[in-house]
Design a binder for this molecule. Sequence first.
Ligand code: ADP
Length: 216
Amino acid sequence: SGEALLTLIEEILDFSRIEAGKLDINEHEVELAPLIESVVELLAPRAQGKTLEIAAFIAPDLPPVIQTDGARLRQIVMNLAGNAVKFTGTGGVGLRVMKRGAMLAIVIEDTGPGIPAARLEAIFEEFEQADTHTANRHGGSGLGLAISRRLARLMGGDIEVESRVGLGSTFTLTLPLGEAGQAAPVLVQPYERKVLIVGAGPFEGRYLRDYFKASG
Ligand code: ADP
């Protein structure tokens, strides 16, 4: 109860700061992989408690360090991945981080209940939930996505969602890669070997395949 109340107070405070134009973005050099991995590690016990898979893929051609607000980036990823774990009953949650043109894209996929097309825009509004029945069961204020999208836009990016009811949802956070966003070219040496990957969850196998492909 204490944690739920603390989350609510923090969300209302964040929201008021954004409304008052008092929320500053502090850009500095942020190491991308440890940030994503720390979110996955934090959510892993919650996911495993529901026998959900949670996996991450970080594209090897990404710059290891980017210029952004690390605390706010972590807050957004935590909110999107936390929702995915919260609403998904079976299957899993995957975080895929890659380049999309000059932008960084963090794609959070789940095999949860999905969101009806008519509610896809509304869930980014304040105090809106896709349907009150499931939201009541899971708790939450309906502020998380409103705050996350506003933060993303303050940081020069955005959040989009695609979903199919019964199959799952995909939230994509895009952010500018910035000047620090230069990666050393990845040298790939083709091995010409075949690899068989067997996995029970929906994401880990695909992500491993992508790691193998990226390394030749
Ligand atoms: P909260 O989680 O506190 O209800 P959010 O703003 O984070 O508020 O989310 C708004 C609503 O969007 C949720 O109540 C839920 O109905 C829907 N939603 C968000 N993420 C997902 C998801 N991954 N799968 C299904 N529904 C989701």
